[in-house]
Design a protein around this ligand. Structure first.
Ligand code: ATP
Length: 536
C-alpha cells in the first residue's frame, strides 16, 4: 500500500447471491456487514468497483515499474508490465489515480533518454525524461510514432530507461544482427536511397547491426549466400524488386539444402527473410505486408513479426531448376520472354508492349497436364488432362499487387500447404481479354467455362509441341531465323517463375512444400491499390 492504492479490496458477494445465502441459513457476521453495505451502495457502483478490482489484480501480478510522468501538459500514472505500457491521467478529484482508465498496447521498439540541449550541443544536458519509439497501425501500413514521458529526475528516468531497454532486448523474435542485400539496379535504381532514407534509421534506433552487400550483377546474392557464414545473423533482408526477392528466397532454401547435404524433402532454412520493396510490382512484399511501403516492411522486421510461407520446387527430369512461389506457362511465360528482349524500355512500357504483342499473337500450348489434388484421401493419385492451353499458372501464394489487389490466385493463402492451379483453355482472344481484365476488378476471373482452378500439392506439365508459326514470330520481333527455332518441337519454352524468365526444354514438375520459408510480415487478404491498370 506504499503507493496509496489498496492492493486488496474485499468486495461483498453480489446482492442477489447474498440474498440467497441469507435466506438459506443463519447469516454470519460478515453477511450482516455486507447487508449493511448493500443498503448504501447501488448495484452499478458495485459493478464499477469490481471492474477496478479485476483490472488492478491482473496488473499487480506483473507490474515491472510504476511512476509519475508528464504526457503533454498532464501528469499521468504510468504502469509498465512485461508486455504493456499503460497510463492514466491523474486528476485532482481522484488523487490516487484511477486505474486503467486509458489503456493502450504499443509495439515499442526503441527507448532513448531525452535531454535538454542547446543548438549544436552533442552530448550531456539535463534529463527531461524518456522517449519511446513505437509502431502504430494505419490500415495495412505500420507507422513510426513517439511517446514522450517527461520527468526531470535523472534517477527515475534512468531506472525506466534501463528497465525498458532490458525488456526490449528480451524479445527473442526481434533480430539483433542482419545480413542485408541491396540491388542498386532495381526498378528506378532507388534501392540504396530507399534503404538509407527509410530503413537504416529504424534499424539504428532499434540497435540492429547490419552487414550490407550491394549486389553487382545477377546471381551475386546467390553466390554470396552459398558461401557466407550465416550463424552469426538473426535474419536476412533483401532490398529490391521481385527478381531480387525470388533470387534471395531461392538462395536461402538452396543454402539450407546444401548444409543438410541435399535431402529429398527440402529442409526449412533457420533464418527469416525481410523484404524491402524497391521494384515495380513487388508481388511478394504485397502478399506479406499488403502495401508496397519500405517503412511498413522495416517495422515488421524490427518487431520480429514472422509469417511461415509455402514454397514450390521446380524441377525438370529430376534436376532442380529453382525454388519459388509462382510459375506461369503459356501466355505469362511468352509475354515475359518478349519483355526481356526490350530491356532498354522502362519496366512499365516493356510490360505493356509485351502484353499487347503477346495478345496479338495469342497461341495455345499443347501439353499433357497432371496434378495431385490437395487434401484428397486417395494419396499420390495424379489427375490427368491433355489439350490446348492459353495459360497455366501454379501459385503457392496469392500474388497480390497493386494491379491485382485480391491477387492473381485469391483462392490460395500464404501457408495453407497447397498451391492454386489455374488453367485457361483455348478460347477466343476477346474472351481471354475479358478473363484477364477481371483480375484488376473485384472478382469473377474464374467464372468462365474455359477456366479451371484446383488446389494442388504437385503439378507436372509435359509440353507436346508448340502451335503457331515461328517465322511470324521472328518477323514481328525483327530477329534472325535462328532465334525462331526455339518455337519448334523439343526446344526451350519460356516460363515465368516469380517474374524471372526461365527457359525449359522438357517437362516440369512442381511440388508444394508447406511453410518452407519464414518471412518477416503477416498474412493479408487484400493489397492497397493506387494503380488503375491501363494496359488492356
Ligand atoms: N548490380 C546489378 N546489376 C544488374 N542486375 C542486378 C544487379 N544486382 C542484382 N541484379 C539482378 O537484377 C534482377 C532484377 O532485379 P529486380 O527484380 O530487383 O529489379 P527489377 O526487375 O527492375 O524490378 P521489377 O521486377 O519489380 O520491375 C535480379 O535477377 C537480380 O539478380
Amino acid at each position: 500500500e506504499s503507493d496509496g492504492v489498496p492492493h486488496r479490496m474485499t468486495l461483498p458477494p453480489k446482492k442477489s447471491e447474498l440474498d440467497g445465502r441469507v435466506k438459506e441459513k443463519q447469516p454470519t457476521s460478515a453477511q450482516h456487514m455486507w447487508e449493511l453495505y448493500w443498503k448504501t451502495v447501488s448495484e452499478a457502483e458495485w459493478e464499477n468497483a469490481k471492474s477496478v478490482q479485476n483490472c488492478y489484480q491482473s496488473k499487480c501480478q506483473c507490474i515491472v515499474l510504476r511512476g509519475i510522468f508528464k504526457l503533454g501538459k498532464k501528469s499521468h500514472d504510468v504502469l509498465l508490465t512485461r508486455t504493456r505500457l499503460t497510463w492514466t491521467p491523474i486528476t485532482p478529484e481522484n488523487p490516487t489515480g484511477q486505474l486503467l482508465q486509458k489503456q493502450e498496447k504499443k509495439n515499442v521498439f526503441a527507448v532513448k533518454v531525452k535531454r535538454r540541449r542547446a543548438a549544436g550541443q552533442e552530448s550531456g544536458g539535463p534529463v527531461l525524461g524518456v522517449a519511446l519509439f513505437y509502431s502504430r497501425r494505419r490500415g495495412k501500413r505500420l507507422e513510426e510514432d513517439t511517446l514522450h514521458l517527461h520527468n526531470a529526475s535523472a534517477e527515475h528516468t534512468h531506472t525506466w530507461y534501463n528497465t525498458l531497454k532490458e525488456l526490449l532486448t528480451g524479445f527473442s523474435s526481434r533480430p539483433k544482427y542482419l545480413k542485408v542485400f541491396i540491388n542498386p539496379s532495381s526498378h528506378k535504381k532507388e534501392a540504396v536511397h530507399i534503404y538509407r532514407e527509410h530503413v537504416a534509421p529504424l534499424f539504428k534506433m532499434a540497435d540492429i547491426r547490419t552487414d550490407i552487400t550491394v549486389t553487382e550483377r545477377k546471381g551475386h546474392a546467390l553466390s554470396v549466400m552459398k558461401e557466407c557464414k550465416l550463424d552469426e545473423y538473426d535474419g536476412l533482408v533483401c532490398v529490391g524488386g521481385d527478381g531480387s526477392v525470388a533470387e534471395m528466397c531461392h538462395a536461402l532454401v538452396l543454402r539450407a539444402q546444401l548444409d543438410a547435404n541435399y535431402p529429398e524433402k527440402p529442409v526449412k532454412p533457420v533464418l527469416s527473410l525481410g523484404i524491402i520493396p524497391a521494384g515495380s510490382t513487388d508481388v511478394i512484399p504485397c502478399s506479406v505486408h499488403g502495401v508496397r511501403d519500405p517503412v511498413t516492411a522495416a517495422l515488421h522486421i524490427v518487431l520480429g513479426h514472422l509469417q511461415q510461407v509455402d514454397m514450390c520446387s521446380f524441377s525438370s527430369l529430376g534436376h532442380l531448376v529453382r525454388f519459388g512461389f509462382s510459375a506461369m506457362f503459356g501466355f505469362g511465360g511468352r509475354s515475359l520472354a518478349r519483355a526481356e528482349k526490350k530491356r532498354w524500355m522502362s519496366s512499365s512500357r516493356r510490360r505493356e508492349y509485351a502484353l499487347v504483342k503477346t495478345l496479338a499473337r495469342l497461341r495455345p500450348e499443347d501439353c499433357q497436364l497432371s496434378f495431385l489434388p490437395a487434401k484428397k484421401s486417395t494419396k499420390n493419385l495424379f489427375e490427368h488432362r491433355q489439350g490446348l492451353y492459353l495459360s497455366i499458372s501454379i501459385m503457392s501464394i496469392p500474388c497480390l499487387s497493386p494491379h491485382a489487389p485480391r491477387g492473381l490466385a485469391p483462392n490460395t493463402s500464404l501457408a495453407n500447404g497447397s498451391a492454386a492451379l489455374i488453367t485457361v483453355g483455348n478460347t477466343s482472344r476477346s474472351e481471354f481479354i475479358k478473363h484477364l481484365k477481371r483480375y484488376s476488378s473485384s472478382s469473377g476471373q474464374f467464372s468462365f467455362s474455359f477456366v479451371e482452378t484446383h488446389p494442388v500439392s504437385a503439378v507436372r506439365i509435359r509440353p507436346r509441341s508448340s502451335i503457331g508459326s515461328s517465322e511470324e514470330e521472328s518477323e514481328e520481333d525483327g530477329e534472325s531465323k535462328s532465334t525462331a527455332i526455339i518455337e519448334s518441337e523439343g526446344a526451350a519454352l519460356p516460363w515465368n517463375i516469380d517474374g524471372e524468365l526461365v527457359e525449359i526444354t522438357n517437362e516440369v514438375l512442381i511440388r508444394v512444400h508447406p511453410r518452407l520459408i519464414t518471412l518477416y510480415g503477416e498474412e493479408v487478404d487484400e493489397a492497397e491499390s493506387t494503380i488503375s491498370c491501363s494496359c488492356i
